[in-house]
Structures are given as C-alpha cells and as structure tokens.
Design a protein. Structure first.
Lengths: 113, 111
C-alpha cells in the first residue's frame, strides 16, 4: 500500500512569513495526526483528526498554527506568521482506527531564518 | 499514559542480537507497549506492539515481563541499516490513539 505522502520535503522561509504543509494519508485511514519534531527531540503531537473532526489540538499554538482536514482525507497545516522557534520537521501520520498503529510520512523540514 | 524510561544510547556489533530495554513501571492493564524507530531524515517507522504476551514479526521480537513493568525489543541479527533512534511508547485508550514520544535510545550498529 502507498504510504503517507507529505509535501514539500523542505521549506525555507523568513520569520513573519506564512507557510503551508500538505499531507495525504493512507487510503481508508480515518485518523490523522500532525507532529512537530525539533532537532534532537522526539515528535510532539500538534493536532489529531478523526475523519474531519478535531480530537485533540491542546498543544497547537492556535495564535499562529491552523490545520484542516476537509472531506476527511487530505490535510493542511499552516503557520502564520512563522517564528524562528518553528524551525522543525513537521510529520504527518495516519491510522485506520484509534487502536491501530500509526504510519508516518517522511515529514517536511522547515527552516525559519 | 504511562511514561517510559530508555537508555540514551546503545551499541551493537553487526550480525549480533540487539536487545533494547524499556521500563514502564506505571503501566496499567489496558495499555499497550509500542516500539517505533526513526532512521535519519525519515519519519518514525512502526516495529511491533504488545499487551502482555511476547510478540514476534518479521522485524523484531518483543518480550514483556510478567508484571508488565518492563519490556525488551530484540533485533535478532542487527545490520548497519538498523542504526536508528528506537522509541518505546505506552499507549492506552485514554490517549485516543495518539503516541507520546520520549527521547528514545540511539542504537548504533558497528561493522
């Protein structure tokens, strides 16, 4: 089966600019997750969707980050405006259900200068 | 979800078994133990998971102690491509499916 697809693979922007990341989960996977991974740390959950509804966004900095999952399939994560500390790898993952393993994409590496 | 403790780093010789320990002394009865690994510049990769019985698949074996307070991931014949960060994660129903990652163990396989 095709894995989780993410784009772009790399992105460099200046602080205060905006950026968007795209994720296409594995077909049939109802649950979608966005994680942030800062260099040297484990991934941290930003937001979790079940179909097109939000299950958990408690660690999403809502003043600058937003995410949507229209039609319960693809998802986009946006940062506006970006800060230097947003430099990280943004990982998307999906799972068939709450009890199924998560499958991750290879992420988007964001550098904010 | 219960927290886990892993050694920061381990070494292993190519061809030998790699045994990665994990402590999860506060695990509760309905929480599973999951193992993921992350190779440089890639997303985390699912390896194996278990509740209380030992599990084996084509990648690895998972040994969970009888009291469930610790577990060991075994890579039977480590190769250079197994060099990665290995994460042990406890996942329960209260997490609604999410995984909470710690720092993991950096496994380095030497020729």
């Amino acid at each position: 089966e095709a894995g989780v697809a993410q784009s772009p693979r790399y992105k460099i922007i200046e602080k205060r600019q905006s950026v968007a990341f795209w994720c296409n989960p594995i077909s049939g996977h109802a649950t979608l997750y966005w994680y942030q991974q800062i260099l040297g740390q484990g991934p941290k959950l930003l937001i979790q969707f079940q179909n097109n509804g939000v299950v958990d966004d408690s660690q999403l900095p809502k003043d600058r980050f937003s995410a949507e999952r229209l039609k319960g399939v693809d998802s986009t994560l946006k940062i506006q405006p970006a800060k230097l500390e947003d430099s990280a790898v943004y990982l998307c993952a999906s799972s068939f259900s709450y009890n199924s393993p998560l499958h991750f994409g290879n992420g988007t590496r964001l550098t904010v200068t | 979800d219960a927290k886990t403790t892993q050694p920061p780093s381990m070494d292993c010789a190519e061809g030998r078994a790699a045994n990665l320990p994990c402590n999860h002394s506060t695990i509760s009865g309905n929480e599973y133990v999951y193992w993921y690994r992350q190779i440089h510049s890639q997303g985390p990769q699912y390896i194996i998971h278990g509740l209380k019985n030992n599990e084996t698949n084509e990648m690895a074996s998972l040994i969970i102690t009888e009291d469930r307070k610790s577990s060991t991931l075994i890579l039977p014949h480590a190769t250079l491509r197994d060099t990665a960060v290995y994460y042990c994660i406890v996942r329960g129903e209260s997490s609604y499916g999410k995984l909470t990652f710690g720092q993991g163990t950096i496994l380095t396989v030497h020729p």
